[in-house]
Write a protein that binds this ligand. Structure first.
Ligand code: CA
Length: 359
């Protein structure tokens, strides 16, 4: 009896101590619940996978102290409203692309990709080692937002056209969806250019609101079904390294404890690289089947006359923007200088390796 009592007293004491400890640690463990809005729909893989993977990593690494709930475009109904919603604080963060904000702030345009610009490895080196990240924060600072790489598509295809482009004149009057600087370049060549939310692309092409569009690459494009309506598939020039972006409300970020900030930063970076890998694998897989499973797709490159006109128009468009926007000029100058340096190594390593090993 005595033994039992002594034992139960010890157990009781242990329980009290444990209860005390858990109360102390529980009191410290404030749970932060954030909301993230995407420009993409809930099934648009691999774009939507990046924020989903990021949120899962954050929850596990923080032991449930930071929960990020994701609203896709079908929920918040404003694919291109996510910038304002994070700026205004309705959402804590977003997953989107900077080159959609032409009408809001031109300085943000070069932070996704530049026509004839860097490849994905070159651009990642610029972001993380070449001053790109600092310039991105400088560009987003007036909007009280932070921005981080959110996943790269690698080199994109030049788009789907209903008719073959044999000469410059064939482009005139075509209605095309193409965002960023590239859209302005195409407008200079006489196209009617629009940007349409990802969820409405197929219908717009089908109903004749568009004659052509560019989206991403075979991994994502073929699933959208564009080839059924516009079978001429052109090689790319306009988006050699499209980096999506996480936008984070600066004030909300500053209120997170330091360890949760680090967890968030790490998860964003890992999820971005995961998306690059995932998209590369998806495109490689789709491309390996394109000739056998989709024989109606006609792979084309633009004629030299068209490419020469595109290069000339691109130089004029970028010069116009850099002249009018000092910070945009600073960003583009930094990109060009880094590209000039990095490209020497890209040629020496990847390009010559590929050239010498092609059958
Ligand atoms: Ca694109």
């Amino acid at each position: 009896m005595n033994i039992l009592r002594r034992k139960s007293t010890k157990l009781l004491l242990a329980s009290v101590l444990l209860a005390g400890l858990s109360t102390v640690s529980f009191a410290k463990e404030k749970v932060y619940t954030w909301k993230l809005a995407t420009t993409w729909g809930p099934t648009l893989s691999p774009f939507i996978d990046a924020p989903q993977n990021m949120a899962k990593m954050v929850e596990e690494m923080s032991n449930g102290r930071l929960i990020i709930k994701i609203d896709a475009a079908n929920k918040h109904k404003s694919a291109f409203g996510v910038f304002d919603m994070v700026k205004g604080g309705q959402y804590d963060m977003a997953h989107t692309a900077s080159y959609y904000w032409k009408g809001k702030d031109a300085n943000l345009l070069p932070l996704t990709t530049m026509p004839f610009g860097m490849t994905a490895p070159e651009q990642y080196a610029w972001f993380y080692q070449g001053g790109g990240m600092e310039l991105m924060q400088k560009a987003y600072a007036p909007h009280k937002m932070l921005s981080f790489p959110g996943g790269n598509t690698g080199n994109q295809m030049g788009g789907w056209f209903k008719k073959e482009i044999k000469a410059l004149d064939d482009l005139k009057g075509l209605k095309m969806r193409i965002p960023g600087f590239a859209g302005e370049v195409m407008a200079k060549l006489g196209l009617a250019v629009t940007n349409i939310a990802p969820g409405e692309l197929y219908t717009s092409l089908e109903r004749g609101a568009l004659d052509a569009l560019e989206w991403v690459g075979p991994g994502m494009d073929i699933k959208m079904g564009f080839h059924k309506i516009a079978p001429f598939y052109y090689t790319g020039w306009h988006e050699p390294s499209t980096e999506l972006q996480y936008l984070v409300n600066e004030k909300k970020f500053s209120k997170l404890p330091k360890d949760l900030q680090e967890i968030l930063l790490t998860a964003m970076r890992v999820s971005a690289y995961d998306m690059y890998i995932q998209n590369y694998a998806m495109s490689a897989d789709a491309w390996s089947k394109i000739a056998t499973e989709y024989p109606n797709i006609k792979i084309k490159t633009f004629p030299k006359e068209v490419m020469d006109a595109i290069k000339k128009a691109n130089a004029e468009v970028v010069a116009g923007y850099t002249k009018a926007n000092p910070l945009l000029k600073e960003i583009v100058d930094s990109q060009n200088a880094f590209q000039k340096k990095a490209r020497q190594w890209t040629i020496m390593s990847d390009y010559l390796y590929l050239k010498d090993n092609l059958e």
